[in-house]
Design a binder for this molecule. Sequence first.
Ligand code: G1P
Ligand code: ZN
Length: 543
Amino acid sequence: MSHTVVKTKPIEGQKPGTSGLRKRTAVFMGPHFLENYVQAIFDGTGGVAGKTLVVGGDGRYFNDRAIEVILRMAAAGGAAKCIVGQGGILSTPAASHLIRKRGADGGLILSASHNPGGPDADFGLKYNGGNGGPASETVTAEIFARTLDIEEYHIVGAQDIDLGTIGTSELAGMTVEIVDPVADYAALMEELFDFDKIAALFAGGFTMRFDAMHAVTGPYATEILEGRLGAAKGTVMNGVPSPDFGGGHPDPNPIWAKELMDVMYGADAPDFGAASDGDGDRNMIVGKGAYVTPSDSLALLASKAHLAPGYKAGLAGVARSMPTSGAVDRVAKAKGIGCYETPTGWKFFGTLLDAGKVTLCGEESAGTGSDHVREKDGLWAVLLWLNILAETGQSVSELMSDLWGEYGRCFYSRHDYEDVESEKAHGMFGDLRDSLAGLAGTKAGEMTVEWADEFAYDDPVDGSHAAAQGLRIGFEGGGRAVFRLSGTGTVGATIRMYIEQLELDASRFELPAEEVLKPIIEAALELSDLKAKTGRDAPNVIT
Ligand code: G1P
Ligand code: ZN
């Protein structure tokens, strides 16, 4: 087989963001783009000679073609073995588990998460290390550095590998093992959760809908919920993955998972509803007419995780990303366990999980997970909820009312201004940053600023420093607004504004969140002058 050295030169725009590199699919398919980036990953991680890699993705358009290229390049680099999900499919958490279980040196995950897929939509590629988690800032910096001085890449000429057939074959001296993408993951879930108890819940008439959003969790959810736990056929909706996710936006929030929301807020709503995203790491939880915010879900799981067998010893500690609400902090305090506030992005939880400092972690962006893998895990969160529902016999709304009764309710919302002109977004952001030092004491509408700062993080395990992780404004009365620029977008800039207010007065728990948060939203808009500076009247997405 021919081993070709292709002369190339750096291509602009290959800087990995919050979770790997995301671009328009057409960009990834452009001349040398994918090959350059794959070579940069290989070189930036010390080469692949003799290594074992896990390779798989969420099945979006170009997934299979990209995997063929990666396999040919890994063979050219002298890799010993690539373990690939059948059909090129691996959910992000299943890939993380496979890396850990097989002791692989790392993995390449092909996904743009919840972004739409297709020739005119988005594609992405991410490198995970031997612990199964997203590459650290140091590693992504190495990869980026290689994209800037790349001169050649290596690839073997070969026929396509048949990704559809389970088994082992050889590609230019490298072993390719095609595995069932679901089996190992489902076995892990059986270890963590009381499947008999959950099966008994379903057998007793408990009903559920799981929206796979035409994405990767379809086969996982069908096997686990309908297959192993005996939930009624049809529990899983949109369960067949398609390269363009049925033309939809596989992001599990009340806007994009509207079909499920309509079911859960309609007549004859089932007892429990959940959804997951493109690559299976995010989750949305909704009870009968009761949407649970991701921040509240994290707090509830932290308070009750010990009811599931995998967590019966209790939690070592918890971690949340900075913009996530403080609800989980209150649970951690009551339990007397550690609580860490990290920058946005799952990679920041890795050191804490590896060091055994935390068991559970989560983000406001619908990510929840634990030390069972090194990624957030959508279906895992759903199963932990089911285990808790089975053990307590309570409904989702009863569980939430009890949680608020005990700790207070953190009202929370996120406003996204997507595809803002990059210059305007950065301008607004820069001006706000410059004004932070003088903000304390400033009045804006009904609110008075108590403190303001730019979040930075010192990793308590490896001492690494992450600067510029979001602008925070604290108001008298405990409310908070946070501004961040997204690191996962593919066009223009996205400004995220996160708003939070803790409420201890139980008579106000049932108020609409918009009403409680209105004064903070208005103050945050006034202080940032967002509308005038970006020319945008309203957010595109409110979650
Ligand atoms: C977004 C979320 C963040 C999450 C990331 C990957 O990143 O906000 O919590 O870790 O996607 O799923 P952002 O676009 O805000 O940088
Ligand atoms: Zn995702």
